[in-house]
Structure formats: C-alpha cells, structure tokens
Design a protein around this ligand. Structure first.
Ligand SMILES: [Zn+2]
Length: 286
C-alpha cells in the first residue's frame, strides 16, 4: 500500500507543477501582449505632419498638404503618393485630423484626392477647412458621411469617438491671435494611450489652463519647437500638459541647423524631449 500512496503523492506534485507552469506561462503571454498593445509609434512626415499608430489604430495629423508656404517643408512626392494609394505605412488609416486651413498643414485639393481614394478614412476639421475640402471633392456624396466638421468659438471644446478612437477637440485662436483660420488642438485616446497635438495655437499659458488639460495623463505631446525655449511655452509643457514625452514640431527650414543644439541645452528639464527634423524619423513610445 505504501507504494500506492507514494505514486498518488508524486502524481499530485506533478499536477501542481503543471498548474504553476501554465499559470506563469499565461502571465508571461499577457505581459507580452500588454506591452505590444500599449506602444505608440510616431512617424514624422513634415512640419506638423505625423502618422500616429498603435497596434490597432492609425491616425494622420496635419499630413495632407503638398504646397506649403516655402518657409516650411512638405511631405515628399513619393510619400504623398503612398498616402493616396493607401500603401504602407499609410494602409488602413482610420482617422485624419486637420488642425487648421493653412497650406503648411492642409491642402484642400490633396486632401480631396486622399479622401476619395481611401474610402474607410474619416476626417475631422474646422468648418473653414471642410468647406474648402467640399469644393475640391468630385463626388461629395461618397465622402460627406466621413467628414466631421466643427464650428467652435475660441475656448470651446467638443468630443467625438470614431472607430474606438476618442478625440477631444479644443478651439483656440491661431498664433498671432488670429480668429481665422480656426485652430483646433486634439487630444486622442486609443489603445490605452493619450496623444496631444497643438496645431498652431496662440501659445498662451492662460489659453491652455482654461481648457482643463491639466487633468489629462498625456503620453506624448506634440508642440511647437520653441515651447521649451520660451518661459510661457515651458510652463505650458511642465505645468499644464505634463506629458511623459514631448515631440517638437513646426520648425522652419531656416532654423533646421541651429535648433538641435538649442534644444539639447534644455533637454534635461524634461523626462523625454526630442525634435523632429527629418521626414521619416520614427519614435516609439512604450
Ligand atoms: Zn498656421
């Protein structure tokens, strides 16, 4: 009888070992999946144009323009054609966000081509930009259901959720306190991560404070290159947005050689601060 007890005990030990092994394996798989699920990848296109991806979603911001003010770069021709054709990395773009109707952020005729040839893409923009888009689209009925248009007063906000991407929209005056074109800042939540894009705001601390952005937990903020070099811009980043990562954008061509060393001098004030310079530069946030 003794050997029977021994076998039974050994079998139970084996069952326990197998249980522990399978539980730890499952944990490891979950951890791996969570890491993969929560990454955000940013590909810099030009000026303030970026493609933001998670493992499930793709958002293009200020990417659809081909004829900017000559002080700023545009995405190169082959990249623009890849966007229109929906070729990688621009395949299955879920959402297009336009901050405002200026030619270094938005080109209505190019945006019309993009929306016509990418039938699943949804676009959000202010009324002045969507009216320009409408004038350039050949068959508006094929596009209009995918256009979210906003007419907000400065200081007003709106919220929309599209394809599982939650977007908060903040209207501000344009840089230089211009009423027109309407500038929209965006806060995007997707796959558990939060990204902020400033567009061409007035860059004032009071404007940012009034919008209630302090409460947000921002993983990545995309703001003007000069913010960390200016006392008010610095306060916007450190006191209001408080992001884990800061990507600097909207650098004019004439400052491309000088700016990197200036940014290097203030980098240590931030958790992670980087300047986007070249088309195609990638940054992955985990
Ligand atoms: Zn502008």
């Amino acid at each position: 009888m003794f050997w029977k007890k021994k076998i039974a005990r050994s079998a139970m030990i084996l069952v326990y070992i197998l249980m522990i092994w399978s539980i730890s394996n499952a944990c490891e798989r979950t951890i791996k999946l969570n890491i993969e699920e929560t990454f955000v990848e940013v590909i810099f296109l030009a000026n303030e144009g970026v493609l933001i991806s998670t493992h499930k979603k793709k958002v293009l911001i200020d990417a659809l323009f081909d004829n900017p003010n000559p002080n700023y770069a545009a995405p190169p021709e082959d990249m623009l054609e890849r966007m229109v054709a929906g070729r990688a990395p621009f395949d299955d773009v879920d959402l297009v966000l336009v901050t405002h109707n200026h030619p270094d952020h938005f080109g209505a005729s190019f945006a019309a081509r993009f929306m016509e040839s990418n039938p699943n893409a949804v676009i959000m923009a202010a009324d002045d930009a969507t009216s320009a888009l409408k004038e350039n689209v050949k068959e508006w009925e094929r596009v209009q259901n995918r256009v979210f248009s906003f007419d907000l007063k400065p200081g007003a906000t709106a919220e929309r959720t599209v394809k599982g991407i939650a977007v908060r929209i903040f209207r501000t005056l344009h840089s230089g306190d211009l009423e027109s074109p309407h500038n929209l800042m965006y806060l995007i939540k997707m796959s558990g991560r939060t990204v902020f894009h400033e567009g061409d705001s007035d860059g004032k601390l009071a404007t940012f404070k009034d919008l209630g952005l302090e409460k947000e937990e921002i993983d990545l903020a995309l703001v003007h290159f000069w913010f960390p070099l200016h006392p008010e811009g610095e306060r916007i980043i450190l006191d209001v947005l408080k992001p884990d990562n800061v990507g600097l954008i909207h650098l004019p061509k004439r400052l491309m050689s000088d700016a990197p060393s200036k940014i290097d001098m203030v980098k240590s004030n931030y958790k992670d601060l980087f300047l986007f310079l070249k088309t195609g530069e990638k940054k992955t946030i985990r």
